[in-house]
Design a protein around this ligand. Structure first.
Ligand code: CA
Length: 232
């Protein structure tokens, strides 16, 4: 298997060095740039499997850069934010990041996220009927996509079609954060006709049904980003 190429866009050398070392220790091929201009150049001549992106860069904002990437590529992006106020800025913004970390963070944690994202990027997702066994929280979840049926602890969840599609989407990539608009795209035939608040309403109802079935909250809210399926 070939090495994954990772691009770090971070202007603070001490942080970049730490991340680079931690990733190289895991045998990733790492390129580090400190500006958006250098990142643009790097991306023109190379293909990357994942980008680690700082928000506050000397020649612009990582937010804008991320939105720009999304117009041309699906490459996974992990955002590094320096302050909670930056997370606030993410609220309502559809920047298309796959994950985010608030500084200070441990390089080991970042490496774990990178590994998780790369694993699910290359994983082939079955499109046919499949079932998952027991998750880490000890909850049995089985899925029959063709029958539009999800069972928790052997009893069928009474799901609406939208709830079913949202849950399937979250389940297939445990831990992956989906924004409201991504969930709209996955679960609605005409996403533009629906409002993002509709997703919140369906998540609320889906959550209540799951809790009733297993007394656990299997959906995690990521403030400003969206929702994910939580395995523990
Ligand atoms: Ca910075």
């Amino acid at each position: 298997m070939s090495k994954s190429n990772i691009l770090i866009i971070e202007d603070e050398p001490s942080i970049a060095d730490n991340i680079k070392l931690a990733l190289e220790r895991e045998s990733y091929a790492v390129t580090w740039v400190g500006t958006i201009e250098a990142a643009d150049e790097a991306m023109e001549s190379n293909t990357y499997n994942l980008i680690v992106l700082d928000i506050g860069l000397p020649d612009g904002s990582g937010f804008d850069f991320c939105q720009n990437i999304r117009t041309k590529s699906d490459v996974p992006v992990i955002i590094l934010t320096a302050r909670n106020s930056e997370i606030d800025k993410i609220v309502g913004l559809e920047i298309g990041a796959d994950d985010y970390m608030t500084k200070p963070f441990s390089p080991r944690e970042l490496v774990a996220r990178v590994r998780a994202i790369l694993r699910r990027t290359v994983r082939v997702i079955p499109t046919q009927t499949y079932s998952t066994v027991q998750n880490q929280a000890g909850v049995d979840i089985s899925v029959d996509e063709e029958a539009f049926r999800i069972d928790i602890n052997q009893s069928q969840l009474p799901l609406s079609p939208h709830e079913f599609r949202i849950f399937i989407c979250l389940l297939k990539s445990p831990g992956r954060v989906y924004s409201r608009s991504q969930l709209l795209d996955k679960a609605w035939d005409e996403p533009h006709a629906a409002m993002e608040r509709t997703v919140d309403a369906h998540i609320k109802s889906l959550r209540a049904k799951i809790k009733k079935a297993c007394e656990k909250d299997l959906i995690r809210t990521h403030r400003g980003f969206g929702y994910s399926f939580s395995e523990s």
